[in-house]
Design a protein around this ligand. Structure first.
Ligand code: ATP
Ligand code: MG
Length: 539
């Protein structure tokens, strides 16, 4: 067995050593009320990852106890996203699969005097729960007999009451220092259709009550969840003990993943989608897995990030720049290089005729990638910012009378700038040096700058998209989400791109430009930013 690499694995090792468990079973428990985001990737990394490490199993458990917000569309999206990340679940399970058993357990608690039907309104229950310093007030319905409770609970189930008119509460301790143990509601009345059970039920179990039961019924040994459930653990344990579960699943909490500049709550993400602030759940600016995938971020890079961020017991916020650095490192080693120019400027080589193939190294960091041929010619495009009539000091790009190397090809000298009526440069005329070809340069001509270019004869017109972060950075952290959202965060540019980019769609490093996903959208050629070339986040 590999050494424990975090506190959860240490606990599991202890449980194994003590003989409390023999095989490890976990579950990843999304609520199907939205798309998964990168925070969920962390939860999957912990749940699936731990099971894998111990040769155990991890179920996909849909926590669908909240019928009004859940949809089959989300179930499908969640499945797709988990598979994309590369995980496979042992079983697909729904809380709703267990509604009958969960109900019977409630009757058992009632019969044993451990639960009662309460007529207080949700408001009254809240107001009598007490505070951290004061105990709660016992409900006047707390003393009902098991027989009466059973009759009322069955009437609740049979639809005799309206939403909120009654509920079932666990009878624990209104003076407990832990507010979650002050007779928590375990069933509520909700006349709502469920995405799987339809109208069969009009009462639904509460998460804190249903979850330990579902864990137990699935054979979960370690129920791994985020820190906000730490205070709920005594209730989780109460349910297991009172219902006599053996072996009782063990809940362990870890810190959520929070990233600066991103919203990580399904509720907010849903709002962005619904109010049209983004193009959809899979908008490349969204922190959803669908968005990250659409952005061109490889699943392996996300898992690598989760591994590096680690599993801890203390909440913290991770810089988005760190995530981007992990993605950049990943792509740097793997993404083929290619050329595209933004805001193209025509460059004509007056002493060159015809065309020829030159060798372009696919990825200098990956010798196995080799090189490919690109066609050089008389008329090219370079980036407008790579030529200046009035260059600042230390400008190593092209100026009149100056030299620059065209990547993988020749050194050129700029001789003349053609301008339009407004003085804007529309063409640069150059001379090239035949002996300066890359790889066999005997020209003796010196050029400091290397410029990327595309051949005008074959270049594709492409739409290049750049993105800002969806939220303004940490300086704004205290402010309301609506104050921090950057609505104008997608920027579109016209570009000229090598045709090779669209022969094999995927992630590329566009020389001197950034990491981009090349793809076709109908008739359109699109280059969509994955991550910048360098870390310009803190500038
Ligand atoms: P949200 O607040 O985004 O709606 P949630 O916790 O309500 O998230 P669930 O579908 O209930 O979403 O989450 C499934 C699992 O993923 C839970 O165990 C939850 O603790 C975990 N999870 C959710 N967000 C994060 C996060 N940011 N980091 C780590 N785990 C997370
Ligand atoms: Mg939740």
């Amino acid at each position: 067995m590999a050494e424990a690499s975090n506190f959860i694995e240490q606990i599991i090792d202890e449980d194994l050593a003590a003989g409390k468990v023999s095989a490890i079973q976990t579950r990843f428990p999304p609520e199907p009320n939205g798309y998964l985001h990168i925070g969920h990737a962390k939860s999957m990394f912990v749940n699936f990852g731990t099971a894998l490490k111990y040769g155990g199993k991890c179920n996909l458990f849909f926590d669908d106890t909240n019928p009004s917000k859940e949809k089959t569309e989300y179930v499908d999206a969640i499945r797709r996203d988990i598979e994309w990340l590369g995980y496979s679940w042992a079983k697909e399970v729904y809380a709703s699969d267990f509604f009958d058993v969960i109900y019977r357990y409630a009757e058992q608690l009632i019969s044993e005097g451990k639960a009662y039907v309460c007529d207080l309104s949700p408001e009254e229950i809240k107001n009598t729960r007490g505070t951290l310093t004061e105990p709660g007030v016992e409900s006047p319905y707390r003393g009902r007999t098991p027989e009466e409770n059973l009759r009322l609970f069955r009437a609740m189930r049979d639809g005799a009451y309206a939403d909120g008119e009654k509920c079932l509460r666990a009878k624990i301790d209104m003076a407990s220092p832990n507010i979650n143990l002050r007779d928590p509601v375990i069933y509520r009345i909700l006349h709502a259709s469920h995405h799987r059970t339809g109208d069969k039920w009009c009462i639904y179990p509460m998460y804190d009550y249903a979850h330990p039961i579902c864990d137990y019924l699935q054979g979960v040994t370690h129920s791994l969840c985020t820190l906000e459930f730490e205070d709920h653990r005594p209730l989780y344990d109460w349910v297991g003990i009172e219902l006599g579960f053996s072996p009782k699943p063990r809940q362990i909490e870890f810190a959520r993943l929070n990233l600066t500049n991103l919203v990580m709550s399904k509720r907010y993400l849903k709002k962005l989608v619904e109010d049209g602030s983004v193009h959809g759940w899979d908008d490349p600016r969204m922190p959803t897995l669908a968005g990250l995938r659409n952005r061109g971020i490889p699943a392996e890079a996300i898992l690598d990030f989760c591994a590096r961020a680690g599993v801890t017991k203390a909440n913290s916020e991770c810089e988005i720049g760190y995530f981007e650095a992990v993605v950049r490192d990943y792509l740097n080693l793997r993404a083929p290089r290619a050329m595209a120019v933004v805001d193209p400027l025509k460059l004509t080589i007056t002493n060159y005729e015809g065309e020829e193939e030159v060798e372009f190294e696919v990825n200098q960091l990956d010798p196995a990638a080799g090189s490919r041929k690109i066609v050089f010619g008389k008329t090219l495009f370079i980036e407008r910012s790579d030529f200046s009539l009035d260059p600042p000091p230390k400008y190593h790009r092209l100026r009149l009378g100056g030299y620059a190397r065209l990547k993988s090809a020749y050194i050129v000298r700029a001789d003349e700038a053609v301008t339009d009526g407004t003085g804007k440069v529309v063409e640069v005329k150059c001379t090239y040096f035949p002996e300066s070809r890359s790889g066999s340069d005997t020209s003796g001509v010196k050029a400091k700058g290397v410029l990327h270019w595309v051949n005008a004869a074959t270049a594709k017109d492409a739409e290049l998209r750049r993105y800002d972060h969806l939220l303004r950075d940490a300086d704004y952290a205290g402010q309301d989400f609506s104050e921090r959202i950057v609505l104008d965060s997608e920027h579109i540019f016209a570009a000229k791109a090598e045709p090779a980019l669209f022969e094999k769609e995927g992630a590329y490093q566009l020389m001197r430009t950034g990491y981009y996903k090349a793809c076709r959208e109908g008739e359109k050629f699109v280059l969509s930013e994955i991550v910048s070339l360098k870390d310009n986040f803190n500038k």
